[in-house]
Design a protein around this ligand. Structure first.
Ligand SMILES: [Mn+2]
Length: 316
């Protein structure tokens, strides 16, 4: 039994992600992850946010809400935490206002996880943390397929803020650094209003598949998910899940909400329908607990992370 019982965690009052064991902190050390197949890392920062901050608190709140999830996935019929030896890797500790330190330390720690042969699952934090994670994962696995759920393209450059790195830029860097295989960026839930006619140009230049909300409305999430599943094939796949891809009615606790997004049901279905995919990493970003109501967003975030862990359990 790899999860603690509810009584155990209530007794000691500490709630690691999904009541899992915790590693002993060892910064950048692969040794602490040896023998595990998945490690969940918190990255408590929101230095890369451009509107309302608050995502830095998500790892703490997702640890708390994730304690409610049990080991058996009823749709996949898999004992997630028996099939998958998973561990809470603690938080990547950096000055929360220093994007550069955070990038370095995230890449170092994710590098340690992949070196140990485990799959990293990151809990942001704002979306800027995905770039160093993708760098570390691509260094190990080569060019990736990326399923990117978001209201925004996240392909901005320094034009607005004069900064090359923030939560609106990770996909631009990942494409330009060759971390994503051509035609293997799958952007789901896009619906932001554009700054100009060229907003989607970078995605198009790399032959990205853009499943914007209009397309999801006409095709349905099942068809979209099966198209992605087919296109990804056996390629190493990273899921970058920005909670603002989900409609603010279902995920109010986020800093840059855009109306008209995925329902929580569609978001869960999307991940479930990717069963069998060769998942090599996942992040869940932009949950801002102080903006949440009744933990709606935190519970959804924990569920989405669990869906990713279940995908990982399926391929063990
Ligand atoms: Mn984003």
């Amino acid at each position: 039994m790899s999860q603690q019982s509810a009584l155990e965690y209530i007794r000691h009052g500490q709630t690691p992600f999904f009541r899992l064991p915790m590693v002993k902190p060892g910064i950048g050390s692969a040794e602490v992850y040896r023998g595990y197949q998945a490690a969940i890392l918190g990255v408590p920062t929101d230095a890369g946010t451009t509107y309302q901050p608050g995502a830095r608190m998500a790892p703490y709140h997702l640890r708390r809400t994730s304690a409610l999830l049990g080991p058996f996935h009823p749709t996949h019929r898999v004992h997630v935490f028996e099939k998958l030896r998973a561990v809470d890797g603690g938080n990547v500790a950096a000055p929360p206002f220093s994007l550069e330190s955070i990038r370095q330390l995230v890449q170092l720690e994710v590098g340690a996880v992949v070196e140990a042969g485990a799959t990293p699952f990151l809990v942001g934090g704002d979306h800027s943390i995905s770039l160093p994670a993708l760098r570390a994962v691509a260094e190990r696995h080569g060019e990736l397929a990326v399923v990117h759920v978001d209201a925004h393209f996240d392909t901005s450059g320094p034009e607005t803020w004069g900064e090359a790195f923030h939560h609106g830029t990770p996909i631009k860097h990942a494409l330009e650094e060759g971390l994503i295989a051509r035609g293997q960026l799958h952007q789901v839930g896009i619906r932001v209003t554009w700054k100009g006619e060229d907003e989607g140009d970078l995605s198009n230049a790399y032959d990205a598949q853009v499943y914007d909300m209009q397309r999801i409305e006409s095709d349905g999430i099942r068809r979209v998910a099966s198209q992605i599943r087919e296109q990804v094939g056996n390629r190493p796949t990273y899921v970058s899940f920005d909670i603002d891809g989900v409609d603010p009615a279902y995920a109010p606790g986020t800093g840059t909400p855009v109306p008209g997004g995925l329902t929580s049901r569609e978001a869960i279905s999307l991940l479930r329908l990717l069963g069998g995919v060769k998942l090599v990493g996942m992040d869940l970003v932009e949950v801002a607990p102080a903006l949440d109501h009744a933990d709606i967003t935190c519970h959804l975030g924990a569920q989405l992370l669990y869906e990713g862990l279940a995908l990982q359990a399926l391929i063990q």
